[in-house]
Design a protein around this ligand. Structure first.
Ligand SMILES: Cc1cc2nc3c(=O)[nH]c(=O)nc-3n(C[C@H](O)[C@H](O)[C@H](O)COP(=O)(O)OP(=O)(O)OC[C@H]3O[C@@H](n4cnc5c(N)ncnc54)[C@H](O)[C@@H]3O)c2cc1C
Length: 519
């Protein structure tokens, strides 16, 4: 039996792929699929379908993805992703996803960092619709006993013996009982949101705890310094509300006031891409303009120039959300936005087949470091989650692993106070603009935090957090989401994957990017 941890898009995709091969799997998740972060996705999924009369094709998608990721992604993996994208979107359509259509033809929208209209979407609820379709598809196989769901089961730890994964320990959150289950594992447990609680657009269920525990047991991590700040978010309670790139894709403009007059700075700074640069570029532009003494200090998103019909057809959910939560009508007035943490390009290091350095352990979706290099293009992660889940499921084997010993596992959890302290230190060190001093100070602050009375989970999370900072310190250049004011240029010597490992101490190395194979 294969165990899949996480029932968002990547976990569902992996489980459906296994079930189609007739291989049974257990699907564990903290909450039901309907509440996984994947349902939050708004703007869309990329595929070069070439339905907009712009001569789009696989190579254009490939090149935009590689360039967007500052050439840090594995080119063979990206090529595989882009070439399967049209088939994946057509499959989703067959499953009933009501993609936006006009005159019987699918339509696609602009997204940042892409030269063509390549993002298929369902209003601003793409994630919800994709998830509904995959949940429904998975149900067919649940009926046949090929997918066994364990909702409200938190996986506490994996059983790892001699660099081989033998199974997992899961806790039923309703009964409080823990159970050991043998078998190979695919990690689909989402990004490292839980290290930045309160500062991200993502789900706090993705606590990063399991991955922190596994890092201590020898699981290698890649590009941990690559964190994506989304240029347009709004603070709401204990998280950040995303204002999807779709708003700019449909004509929204970023502005500030300069000497009292509206100033559409992106259009002056980037006359070609204008408001649709990649996210790292837009975020830094906002950061700088907020600190410009001639400007008002606030940045707004202006959608008032967009035709109301387009808003109704394509951004109605966003309009409703802003009206409900803040009483703002985006048709009538520009509204304030700020950059916020949105995506983790780094994560569990995997090869092209999604295998980790531990045998019988694979990883896919946002928890894995694959496809996005130094900066993810909007619309590519839904695609990466579905494709990556599929690749992992196609390649994982199902050996009998029941010969493991009884194991000691870590069942501790981090306290909210600890999580808050950790997030605050990490955000100081791994902000939009970084330098040696701020990163070293964050490392020192973590050393101090380590001296407090901590449990094992908290100690493990600190070690992973330190590995993030050490990866960032080790990369003495600026690339994609990692911008250092003390090393503002990219350096070809660092066009390599950062690899973090742990063997009683954190070790950071650099790994060559594979050459692209002839296709
Ligand atoms: C607001 C928002 C909007 C977005 N919009 C877009 C978009 O328009 N286009 C795009 O391409 N991308 C978008 N993204 C990114 C994209 O949604 C995610 O990267 C993707 O959905 C991640 O899928 P996943 O399967 O890796 O993880 P998730 O959907 O996050 O699922 C993780 C799963 O792991 C489970 N889990 C975690 N820890 C444990 C544990 N210890 N034990 C058991 N289960 C566990 C959770 O319960 C959950 O089921 C957006 C993200 C956000 C936050």
């Amino acid at each position: 039996m294969i165990n899949i941890i996480g029932s968002g898009l990547s976990g569902l995709s992996a489980s459906i792929t296994l079930a189609r091969k007739g291989v049974a799997c257990n699907l564990f998740s903290v909450q039901e699929s309907e509440r996984a972060q994947s349902v939050m996705a708004e703007g869309g999924i990329n595929a070069a379908l070439d339905v907009m009369g712009e001569d789009d094709d696989l190579l254009a998608h490939y090149e935009d993805t590689m360039k967007g990721g500052a050439y840090l992604a594995d080119p063979n993996a990206v090529y595989g992703l882009c070439s399967e994208a049209p088939k994946i979107v057509n499959w989703l359509k067959e499953l009933g996803v009501p993609f936006e259509m006009k005159n019987g033809k699918m339509i696609q929208r602009n997204f940042g960092g892409q030269k063509k209209k390549r993002t298929a979407y369902v209003k601003s609820s793409t994630g919800k619709m994709l998830m509904s379709a995959l949940i429904d598809e998975a149900r067919k196989y649940e009926m046949k006993g090929l997918i066994r769901r364990f909702c409200h089961h938190k996986v506490l730890d994996l059983i790892i013996e001699e660099e081989s994964c033998k199974g997992l320990v899961a806790k039923d959150e309703y009964t409080g009982k823990s159970e050991t289950i043998s078998g190979a594992v695919i990690l689909c447990c989402g990004g490292l949101t839980g290290l930045f609680v309160g500062r991200t657009t993502g789900s706090n269920d993705n606590s990063g705890q399991l991955v922190s525990n596994l890092f201590i047991q020898g699981l290698k991590m890649g590009n941990l310094e690559m964190i994506q700040y989304h240029p347009t978010t709004i603070n709401i309670g204990d998280k950040r509300l995303l204002i999807s790139e779709a708003a700019r894709g449909e004509g929204g403009r970023l502005m500030t006031y300069r000497n009292g007059e509206p100033y559409y700075f992106m259009e002056e700074l980037y006359p070609i891409e204008k408001n649709l640069t990649t996210r790292d570029v837009a975020t830094r532009a906002i950061y700088k303009i907020r600190n410009d003494k001639d400007c008002s200090g606030d940045v707004y998103l202006d959608l008032t120039g967009i035709d109301r019909k387009i808003i109704e057809e394509r951004l109605s959910d966003m309009r409703e959300e802003l009206l409900d939560y803040f009483g703002i009508d985006l048709c009538e007035e520009p509204f304030k936005v700020e950059p916020g943490i949105h995506y983790f390009m780094g994560g569990v290091l995997v090869d092209e087949k999604h295998a980790t350095n531990i045998s019988n352990l694979y990883a896919a979706g946002e928890c894995a470091c694959q496809y996005h290099g130094a900066n993810r293009l909007g619309g590519n992660s839904l695609l990466g989650a579905i494709y990556g889940g599929r690749v992992a499921a196609e390649n994982i084997e199902d050996p009998d692993l029941s010969d493991h010993k009884e194991t000691n596992f870590n069942s501790d959890e981090c306290s909210p106070l600890f999580n808050e302290k950790l997030a605050s230190i990490l955000c100081e060190g791994l902000g939009i603009i970084r330098n040696k001093q701020t990163m070293e100070k964050a490392l020192n602050d973590l050393e101090q935090l380590k001296k407090e009375d901590l449990n094992k989970a908290e100690e493990n999370k600190i070690i992973l957090a330190m590995a993030m900072l050490e990866s960032a310190l080790n990369r003495k250049e600026s690339r994609g989401g990692h911008y250092r004011e003390d090393h503002p240029e990219s350096d070809e010597n660092y066009r390599k994957t950062s690899v973090a490992s742990y063997d009683n101490k954190i070790v950071i190395g650099l790994k060559d990017i594979p050459e692209r194979r002839a296709q």
